[in-house]
Design a protein around this ligand. Structure first.
Ligand code: PLP
Length: 455
């Protein structure tokens, strides 16, 4: 110990066991550190930097708004940028969802949605409808209500007594169905055990106690881009309607073109009551997130709730953040970013499948658009997981970082089975040549680990 303290010694690090390269700047899909090393940002940071780095238009819009008015309290006032961005998002969202509420991050967005669902029932004389149902192998954020509804077992563990007001069903996972089915048997019997379990749980707990159901339409960090089976979300919608349960779709990771459509829910032909968003809305240039709320819920709030949502944050609708969001949303449209992401996503999917055919360590390749996931296995043929605690996804990502690309490693747990995966989600602006570079680096990192495992 002792010696002169440096700036980094004052930082409460995310993980004190790690060292953190110092990033000096970014350009397109690349980040550069103080040693001059270049990293291909193969996960858009935390799947937020959808537009890549160094987009001058967004920086300028933020600076201009900061000069005009750096802070405006949305309890008393609104700004032009806020109203314009609300309109843009309302127009992108499914037709019955039109009112936009802003927060600073995705956890706050889901927190707000869960609270709005409760207020909806309370306003209508049903305060007993208080339980949120979420799913194992899902993530909705780190604040208490969001964490309660989420199914990240590692993050929940030490807080569990406080999180018990939320209950869970399993996320669909056809390859390892927690309900013991296969996609084929479900199709043959015309059943969807993973969706029907919601009905079972609602009936078990009593519909008079259930406030909302929340799910990611395509599961990000906890499943590595898990896509639900055909008909799943439609069945969930029917069940929610039957028992007056507010349906919340968490599009914090999947929104703004990430899966090839504006919102992932478009793949499934369903309209939720609340859709939450975050990350990509500002391309990661400013902390910004929020929820789009259905006309049904807003009308109820106006009619039965004195028009007032009993909630709020100091930084809700922060003018500099919404200016970033507005510039980002326009950039998506003008540069046809979503379209490029969808096209490169199809190409990357094929390239990952080709890698998988050559590597025993790579299992299922899944996802849509540029939200792709690769399952990591000790042995693909025997379908064997890595032993728990080995944290293979993290190790593989370290190997990739040494070779100049950074991915989003993850582990998901279903009843003690720890699955490793790598989320592959580069900026939607990526070019074909950059996709090839990403695949090349992943190939090298996987080859290195396979050689080590064999040795
Ligand atoms: N919901 C999903 C699906 C997420 O992936 C995340 C973050 O990773 C969140 C919510 C929480 O968002 P934030 O970290 O901005 O609070």
């Amino acid at each position: 110990m002792g010696g002169v303290k440096q700036e980094k010694d004052y930082v409460f690090h995310r993980d004190f066991t790690k060292s953190y390269p110092l990033i000096t700047h970014g350009e397109g899909v690349y980040l550069y550190d103080s040693q001059g090393k270049r990293y291909l940002d193969a996960s858009s940071g935390a799947v937020a930097a959808n537009l890549g780095h160094g987009v001058g238009e967004i920086a300028e819009a933020m600076a201009q708004q900061a000069m005009k008015a750096g802070f405006v309290h949305t309890l008393r006032f609104e700004t032009e940028v806020l109203q314009e961005l609300a309109r843009e998002i309302g127009e992108l969202a499914p037709p019955t969802l039109n009112r936009v509420y802003f927060t600073s991050g995705g956890s706050e967005a889901n927190e707000s949605a869960i609270k709005l669902a409760r207020q909806y029932h309370a306003d209508r004389g049903q305060p007993g409808k208080h339980i949120a149902i979420g799913r194992w192998q899902s993530y909705h954020g780190n604040t208490m209500a969001s964490l309660s509804a989420g199914g990240d077992i590692k993050r929940r563990k030490m807080y569990t007594p406080m999180l018990n007001h939320a209950r869970h069903i399993y996320s669909p996972y056809c390859k390892r169905c927690p309900y013991g089915k296969t996609a084929e048997t479900c199709q043959k019997d015309n059943t969807l055990a993973c969706a029907d379990d919601l009905e079972r749980l609602i009936r078990e707990l009593g519909p008079e106690n259930i406030s909302c159901f929340i799910c990611e339409p395509i599961v990000g960090s906890q499943q590595g881009a898990g896509v639900p089976p055909e008909g799943y979300l439609r069945r969930i919608r029917e069940i929610c309607d039957r028992y007056e349960v507010v349906m919340i779709v968490d599009e914090v990771m999947t929104g703004f073109g990430r899966t090839g459509t504006n919102f992932a829910i478009e793949h499934f032909g369903v309209e939720p009551d609340i859709l939450t968003f975050g990350k990509g809305v500002s391309g990661g240039y400013a902390p910004l997130a929020g929820m789009v709320v259905s006309d049904k819920l807003v009308d109820s709030l106006i009619q039965y709730g004195n028009g007032r949502f009993v909630h709020g944050y100091t930084f809700s609708g922060h003018p500099v953040s919404v200016a970033a969001g507005l510039a980002a949303v326009r950039y998506y449209r003008e540069k046809r970013v979503r379209e490029n992401g969808a096209q490169q996503g199809d190409y990357l999917f094929l390239r990952l499948q080709e890698l998988q055919s050559r590597h025993a360590m790579m299992g299922e390749v899944r996802g849509k658009g540029l939200l792709l996931g690769v399952e990591l296995l000790l042995d693909q043929e025997k379908d064997l997981h890595f032993p728990p605690g080995l944290d293979m996804a993290e190790r593989l990502n370290q190997a990739a970082m040494e070779r100049g690309a950074v991915f989003y490693p993850g582990t998901g747990t279903v009843d003690g089975i720890l699955g490793n995966h790598l989320l592959v989600a580069p900026p939607l602006t990526i070019s074909r040549a950059e996709v090839d570079e990403l695949v090349q680096i992943l190939d090298e990192a996987v080859t290195m680990w396979e050689e080590q495992i064999r040795a």
